[in-house]
Design a protein around this ligand. Structure first.
Ligand code: BGC
Length: 753
């Protein structure tokens, strides 16, 4: 009874979202009749052959019946270079250089649904040029830990922002005739023990925070495929999680497409077959011959296989295969996508601090000292799966030099600190690179500091490039802390002492600890890993050609220990042993028999991640617990001031609607990202102090005023009621907080719902 009620609720939501028309997921079933006829002609072997990898980046079709293979490409911020059939090593192609789009946290910093859509179209188009059917992206997990290795791939700590961007990215890709494979479903919030960690969380936290981006992209965006994550959720691996895959994804959300395990993330034949997985990537040891054997043994039925094949074929029919003689005939990276990458970069840059209006750089300066290796390091590749062989990448230094040249400004560069290259895969070089650090916390190098100070002393302004790199923030491991590496703090203090006219640009995907840097740096910019045109966009902002307009998609804690999972003692897991997942690839373990391997696995400690901070993720925690962060969620300054005025709010049946006036009081065109938060008044239900519920990027000419309207759909005001196991709306008073950041509220109003 409870279950059918739930399904009805989702179906109703679906119909509303789609104006009563056929839902995006139901559209996938239009070819079912034809598909059933094809399945009837297939042998069991042909069907099972579709349930696992064919190569490292494809799964099989049925040539005899004219069904093309399914070709996959990483995602999420550029079509990954072609690899050899059975691995990730480069295939050595020449036309597979793609556009490097700004990474996930940079895209999220634009807070622009329009740009997320365009970004998706760029990715979708380039996938088609490469003959790819499915992009392994977007990557939309919530940024729970500041140290998270994949923070830069993911979007935001907030579910409403993540969901809005995930939806538009999905629509953009799929409108170009490529399918998304939205990942990693679900609760994939740490790299530590990622292949075995059991994320333990309440149903309310799961529903309100961690599932939201997936829910919107699937229900409203019609995402055609989904990648279950490596980890477990509440006891079961995501690739065989009945609750996630069968009950929620297919049952409640009406998902009609197929699921693809993360690479190496399938764990059993029966689990995968019974609990919602379609395709094992990579290998066939679970969803190959063992499926046939299990059918013969009467443990599985051929109808179960048919259903899985039907779900794959729905996507195969929705996505037109690119003929082999059409694919890869032109360069993957195209000017149109490069332009989108530039626009996203321009709108993602966040001005964190600007004391005494140090920025934009003053007209008439004659020389700039650019200090720091992050000004010259390319960020397109590294970080494991998510890397791009970019056709070109303008580094920050190149961007600044090109812009400075227009005004005859001299630019001098000094590396300032050593780069930490991270874990080395090959043998150590015979002669160590003097610009590489052996340890991440190696103190500043006196010679490099002296050289940088000399450049700084002789310049009108110093631009210091700090932050991390893609060996420090990477898939496969989390950071140990969020400290600035390799003596950057010492260096920046020395620079300030010789030239107080100092701007800091942070190049990183996630937050860093700025307690030492902030007091000595009058201007601070978060510059991200910003894609093919990142350096150009940065120079435009620094020189004031455009006003900065990015806003933080996550909180910059003052110190790591302030953030919720640390403060609650939930991370790191002190009892965790080694990661089972990495163990599986150890040569001695690979040689073991299945039984021996299982015995070893059973004897290992079982890592856990307890989410006892519940829905107090990111700013929800900082606000509720009154902990002041270094920079709050949603923060980002401009070169102009915006005036908020005349807030009006009404609560209707389906939505709360607000309107207000927004004025650009400055002398240049600028964008503001307006943010609407909600606080519950006299509530009986537990809520965070405030939650983002709507936002919009607004462009204004100098002096222009616009009337802006925002809407909060009533369904976004519901909470997950654990007593009834359903969404519920708590009626009562709501305070609406309108502002420029979560800690910069300009206008308030009250409504009753
Ligand atoms: C990552 C996925 C990626 C896959 C294929 C995995 O290690 O977790 O995000 O799509 O590899 O490269």
């Amino acid at each position: 009874m409870k279950k059918s009620l739930l399904i009805l609720t989702s179906a109703a939501v679906l119909a509303v979202a789609c104006g009563g028309a056929q839902s995006p997921q139901d559209k996938l079933t239009v070819n079912d009749k034809k598909i059933n006829e094809i399945i009837a002609q297939m042998t069991l072997e042909e069907k099972v052959n579709m349930l696992h990898s064919k190569t490292n980046m494809s799964s099989a079709g049925v040539e005899r019946l004219g069904i093309a293979d399914m070709n996959y490409a990483d995602g999420p911020f550029g079509i990954r270079e072609e690899g050899v059939p059975n691995g990730f090593q480069s295939a050595g192609w020449t036309l597979d250089s793609a556009t490097y789009f700004p990474t996930g946290s940079a895209l999220a910093a634009t807070w622009s649904e329009e740009l997320a859509y365009k970004y998706g179209t760029g990715m979708g188009k380039e996938a088609r040029l490469r003959g790819k059917d499915v992009i392994l992206g977007p990557a939309v997990n919530i940024q729970r830990l500041p140290v998270g290795g994949r923070t830069y791939e993911y979007l935001s700590e907030d579910p409403i922002l993540s969901a809005a961007l995930a939806l538009e990215y999905t629509k953009g890709v799929q409108d170009e005739g490529t399918a998304v494979c939205i990942k990693h479903f679900a609760v994939n919030n740490q790299e530590t023990n990622r292949g075995s960690v059991n994320a333990i969380l309440s149903e309310r936290t799961l529903r309100e925070i961690y599932l939201k981006p997936f829910e919107r992209a699937i229900i409203e965006g019609g995402a055609m495929s989904v990648m279950p994550a490596y980890n477990k959720v509440n006891g079961d691996y995501c690739s065989e999680n009945e609750h996630l895959l069968n009950e929620i994804l297919r049952g409640e959300w009406g998902f009609k497409g197929f699921t693809v395990s993360d690479w190496g993330g399938t764990h059993s034949t029966m689990g995968a077959m019974l609990h919602g997985l379609n395709v094992q990537m990579t290998g066939s040891n679970y969803l190959g011959q063992p499926v046939i054997d299990s059918i013969k043994a009467g443990k599985l039925t051929e109808e179960m296989v048919d259903e899985k094949v039907r779900q794959i074929l729905r996507v195969r029919f929705a996505i037109e295969p690119v003929p082999a003689d059409v694919a890869n005939t032109v360069m993957t990276s195209q000017p149109e996508s490069q332009q989108i990458a530039k626009e996203v970069a321009e709108k993602s840059i966040v001005l964190l601090k600007n004391e005494d209006s140090v920025l934009p750089l003053k007209k008439g300066i004659k020389s700039i000292a650019v200090v720091g290796q992050n000004a010259v390091l390319k960020t397109q590749s590294g970080g494991m799966g998510a890397g791009v062989k970019a056709l070109y990448e303008i580094t920050p230094l190149q961007g600044i030099e090109a812009r400075a040249a227009k005004e005859g400004i001299e630019v001098n560069y000094a590396p300032g600190y050593k780069n930490f290259p991270g874990r080395r895969w090959g043998p150590a070089p015979a002669i160590p690179n003097p610009l590489e650090a052996a340890a991440i916390n190696e103190p500043a190098d006196p010679f490099l500091v002296a050289e940088a100070c000399e450049a700084a002393a002789n310049a009108d302004v110093v631009i210091f490039f700090g932050g991390t790199n893609k060996s420090i923030e990477t898939e496969g491991s989390d950071r140990q802390n969020i400290d600035l590496p390799c003596g950057q703090n010492e260096l920046v203090k020395a620079l300030k002492a010789v030239n107080p006219n100092l701007v800091t640009v942070l190049i990183s995907g996630g937050p860093t600890d700025l307690r030492e840097l902030e007091p000595v740096s009058p201007a601070i910019v978060q510059g991200w890993w910003n894609g093919t045109e990142g350096g150009t966009a940065l120079a435009e902002v620094l020189f004031g050609d455009i006003a900065p307009s990015g806003k933080l998609p996550f909180t910059f804690p003052a110190k790591l220990e302030d953030s919720p999972a640390y403060a609650m003692g939930n991370f790191p897991d002190k009892n965790a042993g080694g990661d089972l997942f990495s163990l599986m690839y150890r040569p001695d373990v690979m040689k073991m028999s299945r039984e021996e391997r299982q015995k070893l696995i059973d004897s290992m400690p079982k890592p856990e991640a307890r989410y006892t901070e519940e829905f107090y993720v990111g700013y929800r925690w900082f606000d509720t617990k009154n902990v002041k962060p270094m920079y709050a969620f949603g923060h980002g300054l401009s070169y102009v001031d915006f005036e908020y005025d005349d807030l009006k709010a009404v609560a209707g049946k389906d939505a709360v609607k607000v309107s207000f006036k927004l004025e650009n009081e400055g002398q240049m065109a600028a964008d503001e990202v307006v943010q609407l938060y909600v606080t519950r008044v006299d509530s009986k239900v537990e809520w965070p102090t405030k939650e983002l519920k709507a936002f919009q990027r607004v462009s204004l000419q100098p002096g222009e005023t616009k009337v802006v309207t925002l809407e909060i759909p009533m369904k976004d005001l519901r909470y997950w009621n654990e007593a009834t196991n359903a969404w519920d709306l708590e009626h009562g008073k709501l305070q609406l907080l309108l502002g420029s950041a979560s800690d910069d509220i300009r206008e308030t109003a009250e409504v009753t719902i």
